[in-house]
Design a protein around this ligand. Structure first.
Ligand code: BGC
Length: 744
């Protein structure tokens, strides 16, 4: 019967002259079939057009076949406002204000993969609503030095933590039919000399420290695109580095996505063709001024590539691989007719922004339980510092946003506590009064004509008259702070903040410092200040998120995603490695900064542990308004093979008076090894919420096969038989209980 109707339909279609749907437009066909069909319909010129930009953020698709343009947008923390076709300046839209989400370090500080999923889903919905196919993020370069200007866009120092957080972010974004573009692959660990840095890294370090996050994003997350870095690696630019792109990403990891260059990262056609790059963006980014009538035709992947195919320098088959990858990306995104519609600035996005921010705030120190603010005892609060009033969603480089609104810390505190407590504000210092990026302006006038002495005197007076002082300082998004294209020049706080904090501590012993930054700063005054909180850049809801933690509505549960060093001497990259390296000219006369990573695998707490150092605050550290007690850890099997899974269980009890969340962290130590190995490495964690008096048996699993080291000679992971120690604790320096097991 069915067959009968089908043949009637076919006959009717033939009579009306209706053409059958081409395979590439037929949703019932697999993406691979559609890609092949589209590929074979394309002319050589169309193939070339597909793989390079036509404007700052778009590529043309194939208009003749109805294959739409592919639009990209920054960035990892919110959808960038629209810029002009060929310039970075604003297009002047009035409907492109977004939800600015917390910085990615804040997300990593939640140590909660559910928050990463929520983040990805929410930002992906905003990108989808704005009709973007590719969101240029997340950034997951490893925190190698606290000076890196882009640490705030990344997820901290530990490859395991990064992997656990990036996978749900990727899945969340892509559930909208919007691709992530995981960046910057790989070894883009500093901004200083970012186009000429040439990290010298051995394979073991590469595989153990710098690649796992990217591998997880590609394989477990299923990321549809990657962005290459500006930097060099083993003599070639990362964006088309044959080792990174061909051998590792597309070869060893079997990845079928598209590699997009960083903006302006391509310098030459033949090496980019051979080096695994699929799409070119941003060449002559600031150089459409060089007089060309259409600079896009002069892209390395435009006319020069076409000419190279025509004269036999390159093969069309090689081009077809790139075209297939870009078509796949297109079919997965803008040509997925079933993708959801997305949404922008919804109540859900605001709630997500707030929840993630609250969960990422880290209570670093709280002597005498100064926090939360108790209105029964505290009648007058002095708020001091520029960061209490400065809007931070604008600035910092390509992640700069045009947020629909931004609640500053002072406004957040006033709206939460203003009815119960008198809040007085004093500036304390003038730091950065700018509030503009690429034509987006905050509209704040932060100028203050008073001298530094006058400002300090006022702050000390206001502090002395209050019951409690909240100092909001840290960094901001201007150059040489938390900003792209520059590293910081020192770990010290700018604008004389150390002296101001010392003066405030003398004026009032009830002082809490709330540090707003995306990277670690030196805190020489740590022992003179009872309470310290790390509050990050938290987007639209910054002030509300901070106020809810300070007021105790939310119990802090964030943990540091990186070591809070006391000085650069404690950083492997600075103590052992070379930073920024040494300058030379290569054979073509180009500047290169060779930067040996002599510290090897000893990054972050791995370096701290090895050298028995005491940082200001260790990796994984973060306090709560309650306390947790750990019982004895047990392991479900004392012996097994590397194919087995080991489950470590530990009872954890909330022994305080309020509900709270704890991140139970599992580190593993290979007791005896034929090679030098870190004292311990993070291999699992679990965030649990406990009511006062409640105990939970927290179980964390670890695969034996994940406990090896990378043997560079054999080019494989090796798990050596022997005893392993499971170390369970509340930070990398606060191990409460241990259990042993043997791998045979
Ligand atoms: C940055 C990328 C960004 C791109 C587009 C580059 O300068 O390094 O992270 O996505 O610009 O704005």
């Amino acid at each position: 019967m069915k067959k009968y109707f089908a043949s009637i339909l076919l006959a009717a279609a033939a009579m009306c002259g209706a053409a059958a749907t081409p395979v590439y437009l037929d949703d019932s066909k697999s993406i691979e079939e559609r890609v092949e069909d589209a590929l074979h319909r394309m002319t050589l010129r169309e193939k070339i057009n597909l793989i390079h930009a036509q404007s700052k953020f778009s590529a043309p698709g194939v208009p003749r076949l109805g294959i739409p343009e592919l639009w990209c947008t920054d960035g990892p923390m919110g959808v960038r406002p629209e810029v002009l076709w060929d310039e970075w300046e604003q297009a002047g839209w009035t409907n492109d204000s977004c939800t600015a989400f917390p910085s990615l370090t804040a997300l990593a500080a939640t140590w909660n993969p559910d928050m990463a999923q929520l983040y990805g889903k929410s930002i992906g919905e905003e990108a989808r609503y704005r009709n973007k196919s590719v969101l240029l993020g997340p950034g997951i370069n490893v925190y190698r030095t606290p000076l890196n200007g882009r640490n705030f866009e990344y997820m901290g120092e530990d490859p395991y933590l990064i992997s656990q957080m990036v996978v749900p972010y990727v899945k969340g974004v892509q559930s909208n039919g919007v691709s992530v573009c995981v960046k910057h692959f790989a070894l883009n660990n500093n901004e200083l000399n970012r186009h000429t840095s040439n990290p010298i890294v051995d394979d073991r370090t590469l595989y153990e420290i710098y690649l796992p996050g990217f591998k997880a994003a590609a394989q477990e997350g299923g990321a549809w695109s990657f962005m290459g870095g500006y930097n060099l690696f083993r003599g070639e630019h990362a964006s088309y580095n044959p080792i990174l792109m061909n051998d590792i990403l597309k070869g060893e990891w079997g990845w079928d996505g598209a590699v997009i260059s960083d903006w302006g990262a391509v310098h030459d056609t033949p090496t980019a063709v051979k080096g695994g790059l699929d799409m070119e963006f941003g060449s002559w980014t600031n150089g459409l001024t060089n007089g060309r009538s259409n600079a896009y035709d002069s892209y390395f992947f435009a006319d020069p590539y076409l000419k190279g195919i025509q004269d036999g320098t390159f093969t069309e088959e090689e081009l077809n691989d790139k075209v297939r990858r870009v078509l796949r990306l297109t079919f997965r995104t803008v040509m997925d007719r079933n993708r959801p519609f997305g949404s922008m600035n919804s109540d859900e996005h605001v709630a997500a922004c707030r929840e993630i921010g609250q969960e990422g705030i880290v209570l670093l120190q709280n002597k005498g339980d100064l926090l939360p603010i108790n209105p029964a005892k505290v009648k007058k609060v002095a708020v001091i510092g520029e960061n209490a009033i400065k809007m931070m969603t604008v600035g910092g480089g390509s992640s700069s946003l045009k947020a629909r609104y931004e609640v500053t810390p002072l406004d957040g505190l006033k709206s939460r506590l203003g009815d119960e407590v008198e809040i007085v504000y004093a500036r304390g210092y003038v730091g950065d009064t700018t509030g503009e990026y690429n034509g987006v302006i905050t509209g704040q006038d932060l100028t203050d004509p008073r001298s530094p002495e006058e400002l300090l005197a006022e702050a000390v007076k206001v502090a002395g008259d209050a019951d409690m002082v909240l100092f909001f300082g840290g960094l901001n998004k201007s150059n040489n702070q938390d900003a792209e294209d520059f590293d910081r020049v020192t770990m010290e706080l700018p604008y004389n903040q150390n002296a101001i904090i010392e003066a405030l501590a003398k004026a009032n012993s009830n002082l809490a410092v709330i540090n707003i930054s995306g990277t670690g700063v030196a805190m020489p005054w740590k022992d003179k200040v009872p309470a310290i909180m790390q509050a990050w850049y938290l987007g639209n809801e910054t002030g509300n998120s901070i106020a809810s933690v300070l007021a105790g509505d939310v119990n802090p549960s964030g943990k540091l995603p990186y070591t809070y060093y006391a000085s650069l001497d404690q950083v492997g990259a600075h103590k052992m490695g070379e930073y920024p390296g040494h300058r030379r000219l290569d054979d073509h006369g180009n500047e290169v900064w060779d930067m040996p990573y002599n510290e090897g695998i000893y990054v972050g707490y791995r370096f701290i542990d090895k050298n028995k150092l005491k940082p200001t605050f260790p990796f994984g550290h973060g306090l709560s308004y309650t306390k947790f007690k750990y019982g004895n850890a047990t392991v479900d099997r004392t012996e097994g093979t590397s194919d087995d899974v080991f489950t470590i269980t530990v009872p954890v009890t909330n022994v305080g008076k309020v509900k709270g969340k704890e991140v139970v962290q599992l580190y593993v130590n290979d007791v005896k090894s034929s090679v030098d190995r870190p004292v311990k490495e993070l291999k699992g964690f679990s965030k649990v919420e406990l009511a006062p008096g409640e105990t939970e048996q927290v179980s964390i699993t670890v695969k034996g096969s994940d406990l090896g080291y990378f043997d560079a000679d054999k080019h494989q992971w090796v798990v050596e038989p022997g005893v392993f120690e499971a170390l369970v604790g509340s930070s990398s320096a606060d191990i409460h209980t241990k259990a042993k097991f043997t791998i045979k």
